[in-house]
Design a protein around this ligand. Sequence first.
Ligand SMILES: [Zn+2]
Length: 451
Amino acid sequence: MRRKLTALAAAIALPAAAAAPGTPNPEIAAIVADISPARIEATIRQLVAFGTRNSLSSVDDEKRGIGAARRWIKSRLEQCSREGGGRMQVAFDEHLVQGGSRVPRPTNFVNVVATLPGTQPESAQRHYVVSGHYDSMPSSPIDGEKDAPGANDDASGTAVSIEVACAMAKHKLDATLVFMTVAGEEQGLYGSTGFAKAAKERGLEIAGMFTNDIVGNTRSADGAVDRSRLRLFAQGVPATATLSDDVVSALRTSGENDLPTRQLARFVQEQGERYVRDFKVDVIWRRDRYLRGGDHFPFLEAGYPALRFTEPVEDWRHQHQDVRVENGVQFGDLPEFVDFAYVANVARVNAAALAALALGPAVPKDVEMEAFKLENDTTLRWKPNGEPDIAGYRIVWRATTAPTWQFSRDVGNVTRYTLEHISKDDFMFGVQAYDRDGNVSVAAYPRPARR
Ligand SMILES: [Zn+2]
């Protein structure tokens, strides 16, 4: 605590002084402190009040159906933009789909997208996307008439996206943030697929994406309660018949756990646990739960690092169920089964991670491990980052069987460094960049360089 206060005082007294890499950032703490459980509850109850948000429900009705829901989401985000100085841009993002197994007639899937442009020109092209799906379903995914409150699946994730957007709208961050709520998840991930494909086609740089889907229930059907942690699903090697050159190159030195998606997960876990007290982010090295999928899939397929947040204990009586009572048991995705204080912690983890990503430098590029001769030392080299506020680089390493970084060394503003008497054969290594405010980037895995 003393170190933190001293660093803070130094930053106030001498704005030019650099903060030590990894120092807690007061701006991130302020964003996290702005997250409100009461506002999250109000958002979830408002979304439930539209009766159904099924993608096949009414688009014209003023009060009921998906059209009314998305107009409300847009106006809420616009209000937050105005309150934050008007820099956040809010728009509908439409994708017409002619048909499909869960699309019985041509349907326009409409995402609501709020973009907060980065303020550092060298970083503004770098985007981070956070998403929740605002569509819902009763027992049948193609029933647009029946009540489908979708309080947990996924008004909870929608509320996270909106709440984080509102907490961040007034802040100036280096990179660009995209706060999204998508439609058509229950129909087959149509909203997120439309966005991810269009982003890839126009070469949008998305350095990280996370979806929040089913993030509000803390009590399982057998009564077990877990409010202390959040699951974060992170894919490893993609299950595709052919792999990109980058992936194959990493696999040659057993970098299967050091591809960009798992590097991002390590970073999100670290930031979440740093800024949100008594709340654990459980990284799970798996694409998603068995039998389930989510809006991170199309981003992964487009080659972007993408993750999924989900509560630790699920209760399937309150997912994808008609609202009804059977043998004295209430079925249906109703707000009384959502733990709003828990959803607020999920939003805090998202906010901390997004702020740290967008305030921090990009992942260092062209990171290489010199493999010129047999030796017991480790020499890494990399390209200098392009941001004007770069203060240096950090080398991190861990045992090959360890999930998270165990050791680190700040090596200053150099582009090559030798760790003496530490063998590259025995550890996994990464290189991070840090800036003058102490913000540290996600790590990059080195590819072997031969002379
Ligand atoms: Zn869902």
